[in-house]
Ligand binder design. Structure first.
Ligand code: ARG
Length: 577
């Protein structure tokens, strides 16, 4: 059910009948209930074209538009706005049709094969906060796309190759020779990397050995590859630990690291050369991009192969595009990384299109995000300025949630409290990230994200438990609650209207790859629910049986929608808190 889309189509028909088939059809949600639920704001623009007084044009549109039983009142306001008051009966009918619908009233979209490239840590180091953002946001988008009916292919483009592995493998080799096990040696990748780098910079002969390892690795030396594989496996296990704690859907099957494209890099270059897209420049293979020329008209240079023959991050991304197009049949690709890579993906897309690696209507979308900042407004670091280990951060979230629960009166068992602390702590971290517009930087603030007030996970989780508790008190099971919904009080109307806006919320989320749209929706939904709950008694003695049943049914739809939305975001719901 997309009310906005229905209204747009009705107004479009009306405009066509007024010889204005090409006019814009700006329908939007009203900002205040007095203005109805929706507004049509196109009369003023059309009035300019027609050179007529805008209110007169608004009246003509109003006379022409057929809203049937959808609206029971439309009025012209101010300079020519048309305020649309939806019919309470119509809303009630739609709500009834949505109750207990496993798709929550949201039809599937025509299926598309969509690659979602997210998380993608560099295996030489610990995952850092940038990968936390990518993992959380990417997973919510992937899940929602799947629900919308798409064939979603998760691709974890891990950084598992490159010259830094020479130094790491030389160091690992020595550790294993000294009888250490790989898991122990690599228990902290950050420390391991630092130690290897110190040796590389200071120890006689080590840098040469490191370079030998690079050559052997690239040459496919079996022993060296085994050592590399050992390193990669341990490092992937570190990432999996984070995925597990975060309760995200990524698995090992989704791993398609940079190394997976090694065999195809030479083909990419020869293809680019054959097409005249890449040319030699000072021994390197480059693509000149006039599209991104500087102000003197000098084209941007995109290197695809270094003068020594080495390949780059860019070459691998071109190979990935070919694979995703040729083998996976993707027609849309979404890549989640921080905003600093924006230029890289813009250039990569231009080159891929020139080379025909992407068809004209294939979408290749870099979805950038801002930085996670500390309370001081600077990039998020530990107190001593080091990289924050994500596993530690998530453990701290659970500890803090546990401390928070201890301050609230309850009679939960110890096991239940442990589970609740995980659901609330992890939910808080994820939601704090998801709820911010992804393109802006945001401040990581424990107190704010764990607050029971405001747009936070605990607030939503708590609102959800409030609904469950009504059913507990009423002795009614949500799934068997099949009363007829009637919409009477204004709080019921606002709440039901919101419930029926779930579809357009999800459509916007998948169009913009922006989970915060769903967070805002759920927050507004929960707030409207609280208002409804205050104003509309349900279990009081003087409430008629019919009204009680109708209001419980509204609660049921609210629970189903909220539970579904939180599920797409990967935030756990609780029955009690
Ligand atoms: N490993 C990269 C990083 O940590 C992100 C990879 C994103 N995906 C891609 N196809 N380049 O920055």
């Amino acid at each position: 059910m997309n009310i906005q889309a229905i209204l747009v189509s009705r107004f479009k028909t009306a405009l066509a009948s007024l010889d204005a088939a090409d006019a814009a059809v700006p329908v939007s949600k009203s900002t205040r209930p007095e203005f109805g639920e929706y507004q049509f704001n196109g009369a003023m623009g059309l009035a300019k074209i027609k050179r007529c007084p805008p209110r007169e044009v608004a009246q003509q549109i109003l006379d022409a538009v057929e809203l049937g039983d959808i609206a029971d009142k439309c009025e012209i306001a101010g300079p020519g706005f048309i305020n649309i008051h939806l019919s309470a009966d119509w809303l009630a009918q739609q709500a009834n049709a949505t109750l207990h619908d496993p798709r929550v009233g949201v039809p599937a979209q025509p299926e598309q094969t969509i690659v979602v490239d997210y998380s993608a840590p560099n295996l030489a180091k610990e995952m850092h906060v940038g990968h936390l953002r990518s993992t959380i946001i990417g997973d919510a988008v992937a899940k929602t796309l799947g629900f919308m009916g798409h064939n979603v292919l998760r691709q974890n483009h891990m950084g598992d190759w490159g010259t830094q592995f020479g130094m790491l493998l030389a160091h690992l080799n020595d550790k294993l020779q000294a009888n250490e096990v790989a898991e122990t040696a690599l228990s902290d990748l950050e420390d391991f990397y630092r130690a290897a780098k110190v040796r590389f910079d200071n120890e006689d002969g080590f840098a040469d050995r490191a370079r030998e390892y690079v050559v052997k690795l690239q040459g496919g030396d079996a022993q060296c590859l085994a050592l590399w594989q050992n390193f990669i496996d341990v490092s992937i296990a570190h990432s999996e630990e984070v995925y597990h704690k975060l309760n995200v859907t990524l698995t090992r099957d989704d791993v398609m690291g940079e190394s997976a494209y090694n065999h195809d890099l030479a083909n990419v270059i020869s293809e680019l050369q054959a097409q005249g897209v890449a040319v030699e420049d000072a021994g390197a293979q480059v693509v000149f991009l006039d599209e991104l020329a500087d102000k003197n008209g000098k084209p941007a240079v995109y290197i695809v192969q270094k003068s020594g023959g080495g390949y780059l991050y860019a070459t691998t991304d071109l190979a990935a595009i070919r694979y995703r197009k040729g083998q996976l049949n993707a027609t849309r690709t979404l890549i989640f990384t921080d905003a600093r890579q924006a230029l890289h993906f813009k250039q990569t897309e231009i080159v891929a299109r020139k080379a025909g690696f992407l068809a004209a209507d294939d979408q290749y979308q870099h979805c950038p995000f801002g930085m996670m900042l500390g309370k001081d407004g600077k990039p998020f670091k530990t107190r001593t300025g080091g990289t924050v280990k994500l596993v530690d951060l998530l453990d701290e979230a659970v500890e803090r949630a546990s401390a928070l629960l201890a301050t609230r009166q309850n009679d939960f068992s110890a096991d239940t409290l442990t589970q609740m602390a995980e659901q609330i702590g992890i939910g808080a971290v994820k939601y704090a990230d998801l709820s911010k517009n992804r393109t802006t930087d945001y401040i990581f603030d424990w107190d704010a994200m764990l607050s029971f007030e405001g747009n936070t996970a605990p607030y939503l989780q708590y609102a959800f438990t409030r609904i469950q508790s009504i059913f507990g008190k009423a002795g009614v099971d949500i799934s068997s609650c099949d009363a007829v919904i009637a919409v009477e009080a204004s709080q019921e109307k606002s709440l039901v209207t919101k419930l029926l806006q779930y579809q357009d919320t999800l459509e916007q989320l998948v169009d913009d790859a922006a989970p915060h749209v769903l967070c805002t929706y759920l927050y507004e939904l929960a707030s409207l629910y609280m208002k409804f709950y205050e104003a509309c008694p349900i279990l009081k003695d003087d409430v008629s049986a019919e009204q009680k049943a109708s209001r419980l049914a509204i609660c049921a739809l609210c629970s189903e929608t909220m539970g579904h939305g939180l599920g797409l975001l990967g935030i756990a719901t609780l029955d009690k808190m």
